[in-house]
Design a protein around this ligand. Structure first.
Ligand SMILES: Cc1ncc(COP(=O)(O)O)c(C=O)c1O
Length: 426
């Protein structure tokens, strides 16, 4: 590849040049490790649901036929530790240590468990803080907790493109704050938060910080312990390719674990699960954040996805993601901006994750036309945002090139002017 990191070409690359980037892409071989139907669409929605790894098909066959079908309940001997084992494999991707990450439940439920535990542990701090543009489930979960605990949920405004800054956070908090919850990569703009600066600002007020890593893990380097982060949650079905409904994960810094008691007391979090004691005694360590029977098939799939990312290496994935989004940005400047499309993501690649957001009032009609007619799967976030993601494990530079080309072709044809084709999921 010859496109240097951080140096967007002033003239957009040709399709031939994009094909040349693919020929010299050191990660190119990973594409064959996924199920990609011949003649299928260009898939630029890996930040919503990642593709199916071939190894997952094999792992699930073995799990269902040999383990479940053959060994039945005896297989729990091996399954019982999977949440912690898969957690350890995820920990290596987010700068956490062994025993600090647990694969379990959904991101929403994990957020509830961690934020609820913080509120219970800090009775003199009665405020939760988040960015008003944070992902809806994060805001809803915090609002529900605020209501049930009788505390305040304080939402602050941030720049819609560059996202919340450390200064925004510092201005929003005081000594009443128990927890600040932010996304590391913003779901709409892909803005990358300053994890070090925000964590320092939150700690300066004696509060804890919880990061949602759903749009970072597998695409962007994350160093939770290097930043002194306290807590985190994230999903495994985007850049980790764990599959629809695969369990999410939670991180609790090692020295905090035994001072936090999750609000859902389930038997999997008990210190001696199979003693069937009368009352709940939390396990020591990360295991206390488990609740009930883990979804074993989803956990196995999440483990395969994590291993693929680890094999490729986060640094190489990040390099390719930046190169491909920089190429798309150069194409945006030369073809989409003149057609009235706005840019909803930061221009500096160091300040964004692995997708680009393009803004257009006819975005819904355009995005549905792209899926249905042009064979390019992107997604739409109301009122006007089309997200185009580069999943560097399997997307090619040619696909990234063709996606922007299809958008400008559709706009030039006026497909955005008609009513949007019907559909429920955008
Ligand atoms: C930032 C973020 N957090 C949380 C979620 C939802 O998590 P879950 O459905 O696992 O609860 C999403 C889903 O896309 C997301 O983008």
């Amino acid at each position: 590849m010859s496109l240097p990191t951080g140096a967007r070409p002033s003239i957009a690359p040709t399709r031939e040049e994009a094909l040349g980037f693919d020929r010299s892409d050191p990660l190119a071989g990973f594409r064959d490790r996924f199920v990609i139907p011949t003649g299928g669409p260009i898939y630029m929605d890996g930040n919503s649901l990642g593709r199916l790894p071939r190894a997952t098909v094999e792992r699930l066959r073995e799990l269902t036929l040999t383990e479940w079908g053959g060994r039945l309940v005896e297989a729990w001997e091996d399954w019982i530790d999977l949440p912690i084992q898969v957690g350890d494999r995820l920990a290596a991707l987010v700068g956490a240590g062994p025993g600090e990450v647990l694969a379990c439940d959904s991101t929403s439920v994990n957020l509830y468990k961690l934020a609820g535990a913080v509120l219970d542990a800090s009775p003199n701090r009665r405020v939760l803080v988040t960015d008003a543009a944070n992902f809806p489930t994060d805001r809803y979960v915090l609002a529900g907790l605020a209501r049930s605990h009788g505390v305040e949920l304080r939402s602050f405004e941030s720049d819609p493109v560059s996202g919340p800054s450390a200064a925004d956070v510092a201005a929003a908090i005081d000594d009443d704050v128990a927890l600040v919850c932010l996304s590391h990569v913003a779901f709409r703009s892909a803005a990358l938060a300053d994890m070090i600066g925000v964590t320092e600002a939150v700690h300066a007020r004696g509060a804890l910080v919880l990061w949602d890593l759903s749009h970072s893990v597998g695409a962007v380097p994350v160093d939770l312990n290097g930043c002194g982060a306290d807590l985190a949650v994230g999903c495994t079905y985007k850049y980790l390719n764990g599959g629809p409904g695969a369990p999410a994960f939670l991180f609790v810094r090692g020295d905090l674990q035994d001072s936090l008691r999750p609000p859902i007391w389930g038997w999997f979090g008990h210190a001696d699960q199979f003693a069937f004691e009368d009352s709940f005694r939390p396990a020591s360590g990360i295991g206390r954040f488990q609740v009930g029977s883990p979804p074993i098939a989803g956990l196995a799939a999440a483990g395969v996805g994590a291993d693929l990312v680890a094999e490729a290496g986060i640094a190489a994935l990040r390099t390719k993601s930046i190169l491909a989004t920089e190429m798309m940005l150069a194409l945006y400047d030369s073809t989409l901006a003149p057609l009235g499309v706005g840019l909803g993501s930061p221009r500096d690649p160091r300040e964004r994750g692995s997708h680009l957001s393009f803004l257009h009032p006819g975005g819904l009609a355009l995005s549905r036309w792209l899926r249905r007619e042009a064979g390019v799967v992107v997604d739409f976030r109301p009122p006007d945002t089309i997200r185009v993601a580069v999943a560097p494990l399997y997307n090619t530079f040619a696909e990234a090139w063709d996606s922007v080309d299809a958008m400008s072709g559709g706009l030039a044809e006026g497909v955005h002017l008609g009513p949007p084709p019907a559909g429920r999921v955008t």
